[in-house]
Design a binder for this molecule. Structure first.
Ligand SMILES: CC(C)(COP(=O)(O)OP(=O)(O)OC[C@H]1O[C@@H](n2cnc3c(N)ncnc32)[C@H](O)[C@@H]1OP(=O)(O)O)[C@@H](O)C(=O)NCCC(=O)NCCS
Length: 244
């Protein structure tokens, strides 16, 4: 399993790098935030697939890689119209996106480390997770880690937030800043998933696999998120230029 991150500054101009179905989807996105996030998720996924499958990554070649969504929202990849034989999971937050790619089913989630309200903790975390927050040194980091791991697990399960977030419980194991540390997730059905987390600068990244495996390997610089600056560029122009 490999991972890759991209910032929104890397999004190419124009739409020649998009597969026809992707370009059609973008054309229907009126709001800059949704449009930019969609493009950024496509870019990071295409670059990750190109690197993992040893395909060229210039804009015209990226068009061959089509990152689609199943009816439940889960992503899947076609290359030249045929299944790529690779699983991906994609997540974006504050102008940055991450893609996990490999041959096993995986979920990933990128979060900003930011304050979470007592109401959020009460409504979305289990009693044991809430207790964990009372003993950690950095409550905000831990709350975002728990939330991110839940989202990763719910992506593996393909339910997303249709499922109660308290129906999966996260156990965090200690780690070093800038590296991967283990975590585990138990579901109400008695299944346990293994995963990994890392804190880089302002960001928290989690990965959960259907099967246990080693930590993901970076396709490029593993420290890219350490100095990444969160961006909210869409605030300057909430409506896409195409809609003005
Ligand atoms: C999956 C979900 C938790 C991700 O939410 P998020 O934190 O806002 O967004 P992220 O950037 O981390 O992830 C987005 C990506 O998750 C993936 N995803 C969406 N639904 C998924 C699912 N059911 N299973 C696995 N992955 C999923 C997609 O790849 C999506 O990016 P894409 O649409 O560009 O392909 C959320 O979208 C969700 O719960 N969806 C299901 C519920 C739903 O459909 N609600 C309708 C909202 S209008």
């Amino acid at each position: 399993m490999w991972w890759l991150a991209r910032g929104e500054d890397s999004i190419p101009a124009g739409s020649s790098w998009l597969a026809p179905a992707e370009a059609e989807r973008v054309a229907g996105l009126r709001f800059t935030k949704r449009r930019t996030e969609y493009l950024l998720r496509r870019l990071v996924a295409k670059h990750a697939v190109a690197a993992a499958a040893d395909l060229p990554a210039e804009p015209a070649a990226l068009r061959r890689i089509d990152v689609r969504n199943a009816p439940d929202g889960a992503p899947y990849v076609l290359v030249d119209g045929a299944p790529a034989g690779l699983h991906v999971s994609i997540s974006d937050r504050a102008g940055w996106a991450v893609c996990l790619v490999g041959t096993a089913i995986v979920g990933c989630d990128l979060e900003l480390v930011e304050p979470r309200t007592p109401g959020f903790v009460r409504d979305f975390l289990t009693a044991d997770e809430q207790r964990y927050l009372t003993v950690v040194a950095d409550r905000d980091a831990a709350a975002n880690l728990l939330w991110s791991a839940k989202e990763s697990a719910l992506k593996v399960l393909h339910t997303g937030l249709r499922r109660d977030t308290r129906g999966v419980e996260v156990t965090v194991h200690d780690g070093q800043p800038g590296g991967w540390a283990p975590l585990s997730i138990s579901t109400g059905e008695g299944t346990t998933f293994s995963g990994w987390w890392r804190r880089d600068g302002r960001f928290m990244l989690t990965v959960v696999g259907k099967a246990a495996g080693p930590p993901p390997r970076a396709l490029e610089d593993p420290d890219v998120l350490t100095a990444a600056v969160p961006a909210h560029s869409w605030l300057d122009q909430p409506l896409s230029r195409r809609c003005l």
